[in-house]
Design a protein around this ligand. Structure first.
Ligand code: 13P
Length: 257
């Protein structure tokens, strides 16, 4: 059984007080046993405090939204994977499209970030996804295959077992236009086939692949019903407790059916 996961990417939103009260509301609303894993990707400065807020509920985990490609040293303003691990963080987003496009993070840099994360015992949530022009040109599968091959694959099968993949088509992020369930399913199945080609069918079958891009309370259940979609990486809709809880409930009901 693959792990079912609902992850929220808060991006650069929420004040300290807002972040704490959102986390408290989620922790209180979610049943301890009947839920998917819930991962909250918060800005760095709230992570330490949030770790203690979520401690009472075993479904919750924290993620950083980024980490340095270096282990330590003179890199002003950066946060390293060992630092994150040292405060009890378990996950880190790597290769989000906003990091790729706004901060110019190349596949080579992302590959180093994956290595730093794994060395520190962090679970990379590796993001991939095509631009609209690439989908329109029919090169979306090739684009995602390239991102996986150049940024993620190359780690060992044992290390790969610990990774989570998030497919986030760039044209669906923050636009209100979500991929259809057919588009999501087709790409998730393709990602699994790439993993099978590079590693093994067994690994391809066990790795969790999340869909991200305008997931909300209305469309979550349909997306989560897709055979190869193991959960969501939710942006805007993860900032409102009621809506994010509805998305978690959507996953709960799909998993129990
Ligand atoms: P939205 O859900 O706001 O489209 O953002 C998706 C995303 O980028 C999650 O990482």
């Amino acid at each position: 059984m693959r792990k079912k996961i609902v992850a929220g990417n808060w991006k650069m939103n929420l004040s300290y007080a807002e972040a704490m009260s959102l986390a408290d509301a989620l922790v209180n609303a979610v049943e301890e046993n009947a839920s998917p894993d819930i991962i909250l990707a918060s800005p760095f400065i709230y992570l330490h405090e949030l770790i203690s807020r979520i401690q009472g509920n075993p479904n919750f985990y924290m993620a950083a939204q980024n980490c340095s490609e270096h282990q330590k040293g003179a890199f002003t303003g950066e946060v390293s994977a060992p630092m994150l691990a040292s405060i009890g963080i378990e996950h880190v987003l790597i290769g989000h499209s906003e990091r790729r496009t706004l901060y110019g993070e190349s596949d080579v840099v992302l590959r180093s970030k994956v290595d730093r994360a794994i060395e520190s015992g962090l679970i990379p949530i590796f993001c991939c996804g095509e631009m609209l022009a690439e989908r329109n040109a029919g090169s979306h599968f090739q684009r995602v295959a390239d991102q996986l091959n150049n940024g993620l694959f190359g780690i060992s099968e044992k290390q790969m077992k610990e990774c989570i993949i998030a497919y986030e088509p760039v044209w669906a992020i923050g636009t209100g236009v979500t991929a259809s369930s057919e588009q999501a399913q087709e790409m998730h199945a393709f990602i699994r086939s790439e993993i099978a080609k590079k590693y093994s069918a067994e690994l391809a079958d066990t790795i969790s692949i999340l869909y991200g891009g305008s997931v909300n309370a209305q469309n979550a259940a349909e997306l989560f019903t897709c055979k190869d979609v193991d959960g969501g990486l939710v942006g805007g809709a993860s900032l409102k407790s009621a809506e994010f809880i509805s998305i978690i409930r959507a996953m709960e009901s799909v998993s129990t059916n």
